[in-house]
Design a protein around this ligand. Structure first.
Ligand code: C2E
Ligand code: MG
Ligand code: MG
Ligand code: MG
Length: 275
């Protein structure tokens, strides 16, 4: 290895860092192109009622089928977009596309759209949401915006005011990946949101750890007290499904029920459930 050959540590580190920077720059250039050329698409993952198994809504998830890299995960490209500011344009496209898609569903299902911190803070974000609803004809009650706990760490007054404006119009707000960030349970009653999305890490451990099981039950009780709905994320097994249902969790999402679907497959699912 380089180390055995006497090459100093920093040089190896520096070389790999350099490669990473180049790759990120390259990825950003290609992503910018993809956003401009219609190279992204949205998939829609069912959110189900855990009692009945019926689909109540869909989370819109960005997909980047890359000609050479294959399917690039949003875990990779969303942070690159967020860091560079491209997320403003990408996020606007995501909102536009998801809201139009949902407006075409005659079944009344809602769409849940991820909003990044920088996108939320961009000037005119709230107005843009209202414009998309007005131009598509989607009723506000069929749009949920997923924000992260990290957003809530910002300027509280401003953020709460924006969230209140969205909710006054009938749009629902959901805290994504709940439990992974810094928001304390005790201040949730002051945050104007409707739903908690219980992070997959809780779902993963609920079957093996009694402490986690207790913690989840505590979160569900607290959510109930605060009149917040809970959607459990990443349910993969019947056992997880059963424990969550027994703990009083009303909604869930995960590969057990369905993977993210293309728009056409999502419509087919709604039709087949309508019978
Ligand atoms: P998220 O918002 O928490 O979305 C849920 C993620 O969990 C999705 O990953 C979904 O495919 C995955 N998932 C759902 N059920 C299961 C399961 O049972 N098992 C496992 N292992 N995974 C499951 P995805 O689509 O790769 O997205 C990852 C993250 O990228 C999202 O996490 C979200 O933070 C971000 N993201 C995706 N699309 C967008 C977008 O349009 N805008 C923004 N701002 N962020 C996005
Ligand atoms: Mg989400
Ligand atoms: Mg999530
Ligand atoms: Mg997650």
């Amino acid at each position: 290895s380089a180390r055995e050959a006497g090459e100093p540590r920093w040089r190896r580190y520096d070389a790999s860092l350099h490669a990473q920077v180049l790759d990120r720059r390259q990825l950003l250039a290609e992503l910018t192109q993809a956003v401009a050329d219609g190279g992204l698409r949205m998939d829609y993952q069912p959110i189900v009622e855990l009692g009945s198994g019926r689909t109540v809504g869909f989370e819109a998830l960005a997909r980047w089928p890359h000609p050479a890299r294959g399917m690039v995960s949003p875990v990779e490209f969303i942070p690159v977009a967020e860091e560079s500011g491209l997320i403003i344009e990408l996020g606007a496209w995501v909102l536009h596309t998801s809201v139009r898609e949902a407006a075409s569903w005659d079944s009344g299902h809602y769409v849940s759209v991820n909003v990044s911190v920088r996108q939320f803070h961009a000037p005119g974000f709230v107005e843009r949401v209202h414009r998309e609803l007005a131009s598509s004809g989607l009723p506000a009650g069929r749009l949920t915006l997923e924000i992260t706990e990290s957003l809530l760490l910002g300027d509280q007054d401003q953020i709460h005011a924006d969230l209140a404006r969205l909710r006054a119009a009938g749009i629902r707000v959901s805290i994504d990946d709940f439990g992974t960030g810094y928001s304390s349970l005790s201040y949730l009653h002051r945050v104007p949101v409707d739903t908690l999305k219980l992070d997959k890490s809780f779902v993963d451990t609920i079957t093996t750890s009694p402490q986690q099981h207790d913690l989840v039950r505590g979160i569900l009780r607290m959510a109930d007290t605060l009149s917040l709905a809970v959607v459990a994320e990443g349910i993969e097994t019947e056992e997880e499904h059963r424990l969550l249902r027994e703990a009083g969790c009303a909604y869930g999402q995960g590969f057990l029920f369905a993977r993210p679907l293309t728009g056409a497959d999502a419509r087919a699912r709604m039709r087949s459930e309508a019978g």
